[in-house]
Design a protein around this ligand. Structure first.
Ligand code: APR
Ligand code: PHB
Length: 396
């Protein structure tokens, strides 16, 4: 089999890229190692920036998002017994975000691709990319028990943090920047209506907590827990008690979450990672294959989307004009935005979590920073601009 663009991985990056290429008249094949049900059920984050919403709409994947997605005009910060709302539109010239689960984005893109896109193969596990520095790179994979090869004009590794595409970049070419954090998140889904209008990010002496949602009747909640935590050690009651303690506001002592049956429970590690460059020869890396952010800044899915927007534009330029100018600029174009998101995610993470080694001095610095956001329009605008997403025009 031969294709113009071989895409490894059917997560949001790979699926959106396939859709954008299809709309530009460029053929591609997506190889996804898991089965469809697995990919569609995997629980991930759920905040979409305006630019991500815009591209999904223009790609034809906006119908359910517009019907079921929940626009949000701010977030609430809780710290030191206080509650403070950061209003996005007034601080950013009108920008907002949407709550729409990544898993729903994935379902919408899969349905479109299977209805009228190029091939999307499930249970197709890629083992290696060969000849990335030649004119005819090859993807080796197993499908239906048989070893297969896909020759390509270009290969895009959208295979996430645990994928294989990154390994095709030789050690001497690749530089990795990394940080792991001394805490994880315990995430739950609960059949309980969210009793809060905005997402709540809480700093507390018990550690960080986040209240998000999936629908008017389903809450998505997270708690900071030690690395290595077994979710089985956290009974539902312990989780709810701990969440209420972390969200407590002095002026409103009766405030409680609405409780309901917990339908999913899992522990997520927190990591920052960037691989440079994001291109080697005819191999491009996009999304989590190239960079990871801790979820506190809600940037992972949006970074994946912007990578593939930049890449799809570059492939369209190549097709229309024969120029590789945008393809050649891909890595630099993306990395500028990636590092901004890395910084913001690091800032949110280290400002809101309790590091087990942290001194009382450092706790005071965190509280001072949060107080600054709550009292300075400049500090709040800096947060709001980063949270809602910086302009797609990275040269401005
Ligand atoms: N062969 C084929 N597919 C693979 C292989 C392989 N060897 N290795 C991994 N994959 C698939 C995974 O099964 C997964 O479906 O690649 C896909 C990668 O998808 P994601 O991990 O969702 O990464 P990405 O599409 O870049 O999306 C980034 O995901 O982790 C979240 O917070 C992150 O929201 C961000 C988003
Ligand atoms: C989520 O809804 O899953 C979510 C929201 C905001 C975050 C992380 C996760 O920062």
């Amino acid at each position: 089999m031969h294709t113009t663009v071989g895409i490894i991985g059917g997560g949001p990056a790979g699926l959106l890229l396939a859709r954008l290429l299809y709309n530009a008249g460029i053929d591609s094949v997506v190889l996804e190692r898991k089965d469809r049900a697995y990919v569609e059920q995997r629980q991930r984050a759920g905040i979409l920036e305006q630019a991500t919403v815009d591209v999904l709409r223009s790609a034809g994947a906006g119908a359910r998002l517009d019907a079921e997605g929940m626009p949000h005009d701010g977030i609430e910060l809780r710290f030191d017994g206080r509650a403070h709302r950061v209003d996005f539109p007034s601080l950013t010239g009108g920008r907002r975000v949407w709550v729409y689960a990544q898993t729903e984005v994935v379902k919408d893109l899969i349905a479109l691709q299977l209805a009228d896109g190029g091939p999307l193969l499930f249970e197709a596990e890629v083992h290696a990319v060969e000849g990335a520095d030649t004119d005819r790179p090859v993807i080796r994979y197993t499908h239906e028990g048989r070893e297969q090869t896909l020759t390509c004009d270009y290969v895009v590794g959208c295979d996430g943090f645990h994928g294989v595409a990154r390994d095709a970049v030789p050690d001497g070419v690749r530089t990795t920047y990394e940080r792991t954090y001394p805490y994880s998140w315990l995430g739950i889904l609960a059949d309980a209506p969210p009793v809060y209008d905005e997402l709540i990010y809480a700093h507390s002496e018990h550690g960080f907590a986040l209240a998000s949602m999936r629908s008017p009747s389903v809450s998505r909640l997270y708690l900071q827990v030690p690395n290595g935590t077994d979710p089985a050690d956290w009974s539902d009651e312990r989780i709810w008690d701990e969440l209420d303690a972390r969200f407590a506001v002095t002026a409103n002592p009766g405030w409680r979450l609405k409780r309901g049956p917990v339908t999913a429970k899992s522990v997520l590690p927190m990591r920052s990672h960037v691989t440079e460059p994001m291109r080697y020869g005819r191999l491009f890396l996009a999304g989590d294959a190239a960079h990871i952010v801790p979820p506190t800044g809600a940037k992972g899915l949006n970074l994946a989307a912007t990578d593939v927007i930049v890449l799809a534009r570059a492939f369209a330029q190549l097709k229309e004009t024969g120029s590789t100018e945008l393809l050649d600029a891909y890595s630099d174009t993306c990395l500028r935005r990636v590092w901004r998101a890395e910084h913001f995610s690091y800032f949110m993470t280290t400002t809101l979590h309790a590091d087990p080694e942290q001194s009382s001095f450092e706790t005071k610095l965190q509280l001072s920073q949060l107080d600054r956001v709550a009292t300075s329009t400049h500090a709040a605008a800096e947060l709001a601009e980063n949270y809602t997403g910086l302009s797609l025009d990275v040269d401005s």
